[in-house]
Design a protein around this ligand. Structure first.
Ligand SMILES: [Zn+2]
Length: 171
């Protein structure tokens, strides 16, 4: 499908995947990494990339990529190290012969807020429309710090023009 802006960066249009997901399944190892990193960066946010594959309308998240050495962290915002993310993603992609791929973004909400912010929405919209990511339906996982100071994961998927909640299972 053509990109939203109607332009191609190269002569040959790249494929953009579109995958409607019912359940986001995060491996226990990947979920633990998210929880550990979220706690380590308190009171600031941290985050990164979701990597995995699709099986029967499930997104199987096998790996997460962290923010990287040049990530920027603040209590109400976060920016990952793009160059680091790219290198780490390519390693996983190449080592799995293309089975593992980009599925979206994760970040922590240390201030006990379970919903995507306006900034979250606009960055997911940008990713969905960007040909560079090759995924029109990216997933957002929020790691929310709860009142009891525990953490929980919440999943959303960008579909068309909004973020919709998705069931998330840690397994
Ligand atoms: Zn957020």
């Amino acid at each position: 499908m053509p990109p939203a802006d109607g332009k191609y960066e190269s002569g040959r249009p790249e494929m953009t995947r579109e995958a409607m997901i019912n359940i986001v399944r995060v491996s226990a190892v990947a979920a633990d990494k998210i929880f550990q990193q979220a706690a380590a960066y308190l009171p600031s946010e941290t985050g990164g990339i979701l990597v995995g594959y699709e099986l029967d309308a499930n997104a199987i998240i096998t790996h997460i990529i962290s923010a990287g050495p040049s990530g920027q962290h603040a209590p109400g915002s976060f920016m990952r190290d793009g160059a680091y993310s790219q290198v780490e993603l390519e390693k996983l992609y190449d080592n799995s012969e293309g089975e593992l791929n980009y599925w979206g973004e994760w970040h922590s909400h240390p201030r006990t807020f379970p919903l995507p912010s306006n900034v979250d929405r606009s960055s997911m919209a940008e990713i969905a429309m960007s040909q560079a990511y090759g995924l029109a339906t990216p997933i957002l996982v929020i790691c929310e710090r709860q009142q009891n100071r525990g953490w929980r994961l919440l999943a959303f998927q960008w579909c068309g023009d909004s973020l919709s909640p998705r069931e998330l299972v840690i397994e």
